[in-house]
Write a protein that binds this ligand. Structure first.
Ligand code: HEC
Length: 121
């Protein structure tokens, strides 16, 4: 009986762990990385060129990018292009939690753009 209970609890914990590891990225963590010059081993922060994510408001929806003479087919590739080409850092694994947090942050910029008040237009 007791071992069945332990087994059940372990399964629950395992289930939760798996759920969390597959959860979408954390935009707040992504933002912190975006402002960190040391992110991905680089020497310049993303916000040095994209202050507060400026200019990236549409990136979350795009499928094709052309950064620094190259072509990128996903947001993850675009982020890596800037990490390597601009920040002088090391490309991240596309599936890494860091990449997912960064992507979540960039996607969160959608609509938050511009200096116009929310009721603009
Ligand atoms: C040295 C300046 C510089 C730095 C630092 C930089 N970028 Fe960029 N980034 C650019 C330029 C230039 C482009 C291409 C022109 C454009 O689309 O604005 C670009 C484009 C992008 C795009 C595609 C935008 C689009 O809609 O096509 C993304 C996403 C992006 N950068 C993310 C990042 C991230 C994440 C970081 C930090 C890891 C970063 N950038 C650091 C200069 C920089």
């Amino acid at each position: 009986m007791k071992s069945a209970k332990i087994m059940l609890i372990s399964l629950l914990v395992l289930g939760l762990a798996v759920t969390f590891s597959f959860a979408a990225g954390d935009a707040a963590k992504g933002k912190a990385m975006f402002n960190d010059p040391k992110f991905a081993g680089g020497s310049k922060s993303c916000s040095a060129c994209h202050p507060n994510g400026k200019g990236l408001e549409k990136a979350g929806e795009k499928k094709d990018f052309s950064i620094m003479g190259g072509t990128q087919k996903s947001l993850e590739e675009a982020v890596n292009a800037c990490i390597v080409g601009a920040n002088k850092g090391k490309a991240l694994d596309v599936k890494s939690p860091q990449m997912q947090d960064m992507v979540a942050y960039i996607k969160s910029l959608k609509g938050a753009a511009g200096k116009k008040p929310a009721s603009g237009y």
